[in-house]
Write a protein that binds this ligand. Structure first.
Ligand SMILES: [Zn+2]
Length: 210
């Protein structure tokens, strides 16, 4: 009997206060939605604000670039002054080779310039090859860190010798006309190798070299 009485009392209370209760529940519901949305927003903001850490402050308060999977620490300087790219890198498309008329890929960047235009080391390294090639003209190869090698072809002459250490910006050769790219005139055919494989030099060049 006691329980029945209590239930009836509760029922009576609900009936009398139906309006007030509805309002209270509605306010509660709206408040919950707002809270949920702002919490979600907070998480979203946290996700977008967090940067990919490539630049850090070291103990001496100097800025240090920290490598990530996609970013190399090495940034090449332009191999020529006032770069004029006359044939860009293209490994998934075919460009007509003016000399042979054959359509092929071009896994290098060609910089045009008058014969004798100086060509510079794109980064500190060691000269590992100086060669006069019948097809490619004079070739200079410089080994850098991180498995990178920069290759300079279509040179008329070399200004360095094998084993020599070079610094970024050192003159290493002069532009010439190579037999295999004769129709392109005097230029530098610039390649980059990563662990022995040709890669896109644009991935390593700073803005001045593109
Ligand atoms: Zn070329």
């Amino acid at each position: 009997m006691k329980i029945k009485n209590m239930l009836q009392a509760v029922k009576g209370f609900l009936k009398r206060n139906v309006y007030a209760l509805t309002v209270a529940f509605s306010v509660l519901a709206v408040f919950s939605v707002i809270t949920a949305l702002s919490v979600a927003d907070l998480y979203k903001k946290k996700e977008t604000i967090e940067p990919v850490q490539t630049i850090e402050q070291n103990d001496n308060n100097e800025t240090e670039i920290v490598p990530t999977e996609t970013n190399s620490v090495i940034v090449f300087e332009s191999p020529v002054k006032d770069a004029v790219v006359c044939k860009d890198y293209c490994d998934d498309c075919l460009v007509e080779d003016k000399t042979t008329g054959v359509w092929k890929t071009h896994q290098a960047i060609d910089y045009c310039g008058a014969e004798g235009t100086e060509v510079y080391a794109v980064y500190d390294g060691k000269v590992i090859k100086v060669e006069k090639d019948v097809m490619n003209g004079t070739i200079v190869e410089i080994e850098h860190s991180e498995g990178l090698v920069s290759v300079y072809k279509s040179l008329g002459s070399a200004l360095v010798s094998v084993g020599q250490n070079v610094k970024t910006g050192d003159a290493i050769g002069k532009m010439g006309v190579a037999t295999n790219e004769k129709a392109d005139g005097s230029h530098l055919h610039f390649e980059v190798k990563l662990n022995g494989k040709l890669v896109n030099p644009n991935n390593y060049l700073g803005e001045a070299g593109k």
